[in-house]
Design a protein around this ligand. Structure first.
Ligand SMILES: Cc1cc2nc3c(=O)[nH]c(=O)nc-3n(C[C@H](O)[C@H](O)[C@H](O)COP(=O)(O)O)c2cc1C
Length: 328
């Protein structure tokens, strides 16, 4: 029987399918269901800096007239923060009581400030690992690329000082020096790099003249972009890669593993097709492994990375050429 287990961030996962951070990983009931359908690990919904700040500010607004002493306001804001955090910590504790796969906490961060202490609390609550979803929208014309990139290192270094559990960084591909950036990030001591996050993108309703949300879920075609970078980076960087974005079926998981990912993260497909899709994907990988007589995932992970393929230019080619695309 094919052995689907893999290693990622120092964990032995029973299979490479990780339920990525989303609203679906925000309750103990769902964690248990994802476990029953065979998820290899689960990344909890992120704790947002914004969310915490909102809670603090809301408390300030409501209590401004009632408290004349700044100390009282400080107390209230601290209480709100801890209360919010407590819910998250309970989710970790309860999840750990119910399932025995790695539970990875997650924080959306844009700075290396106060939330670092949350990282320690997440560890203390029993999370097996921590994923840092770092992204700073480069919208400020005064901030140069180097300043923005420095934030990633500041965040990672300050978190690594706080925790002993393995830490992964989830990043976007919006770097002009992608390979160098990934390499440098992998030297910081992180155990995993999640390639790539996918963002909420605004749209415009042309009749209502309103800014709306669209394409909340990925399409399978989007996984090619991740595939290129997984193949280009997997031999070079010094930590494990989890592929993310556009992975909806067993075939796309196999492709990402062949390119060198140790695991994949899925989110959109769980919303669209339900948690049973994890069973289907697992089954498809197993059948494919049997067909090709692979006994374990290590027999084929990285078999099609840029170093291993006969024609690496096929990954590096970006402009359409008849030779590669078949179309001119
Ligand atoms: C509704 C929704 C909520 C999400 N929330 C988070 C989040 O809190 N933190 C995070 O790191 N990623 C979040 N993501 C991103 C996913 O974890 C994932 O990286 C992205 O959707 C690409 O994977 P997919 O193509 O399988 O959806 C969210 C995605 C969706 C669709």
């Amino acid at each position: 029987m094919a052995d689907l287990s893999t290693s990622y961030m120092g964990f032995k996962l029973r299979n490479p399918i990780i339920a990525g951070s989303s609203g679906l990983t925000n309750s103990v009931e769902n964690i248990q269901k994802l476990f029953s359908h065979g998820a290899g690990a689960i990344v909890l919904k992120s704790l947002f800096e914004e969310q915490i700040n909102y809670a603090i500010n809301k408390s300030y607004d409501q209590n401004e007239n009632n408290y004349s002493y700044p100390e009282a306001l400080d107390y209230i804001s601290q209480y709100t923060r801890e209360n919010d955090l407590e819910k998250y910590l309970n989710l970790i504790r309860e999840s750990k009581n119910r399932v025995d796969i790695p539970i990875i906490g997650s924080i959306n961060c844009v700075s290396s400030s106060e939330w670092v202490t949350f990282a320690k609390s997440i560890q203390d609550a029993g999370a097996d690992g921590l994923e840092l979803n770092i992204f700073v929208l480069p919208s400020d014309p005064r901030r140069k690329a180097e300043q923005l990139e420095q934030i990633y290192f500041d965040v990672i270094q300050s978190v690594l000082k706080q925790v002993k559990i393995p830490v992964a960084a989830k990043i976007s591909s919006y770097f002009s020096g992608m390979t160098n950036m990934a390499l440098q990030l992998s030297w910081t001591g992180i155990s995993g790099l999640v390639l790539f996050n996918r963002f909420y993108s605004p749209d415009i309703d042309i009749d209502k003249f309103e800014v709306t949300a669209n394409h909340i879920f990925s399409s399978p075609a989007e996984m090619s972009h991740t595939l290129r970078w997984v193949a280009m980076l997997s031999d070079r960087i010094h930590c494990d890669i989890a592929a993310s974005t556009g992975i909806h079926d067993g075939v796309s998981v196999i492709k990402q593993l062949l390119a060198g990912a140790k695991a994949v993260q899925v989110a959109s497909v769980l919303y669209e097709k339900g948690f049973g899709q994890i069973d289907i994907i697992r089954n498809d990988i197993e059948q494919w492994m049997n067909k090709h007589r692979f006994e374990s995932t290590s027999d084929f992970v990285g078999k099609m990375s840029i170093k291993e393929v006969k024609n690496p230019a096929a990954f590096e080619r970006v402009q359409f050429m008849k030779h590669f695309s078949g179309i001119e």
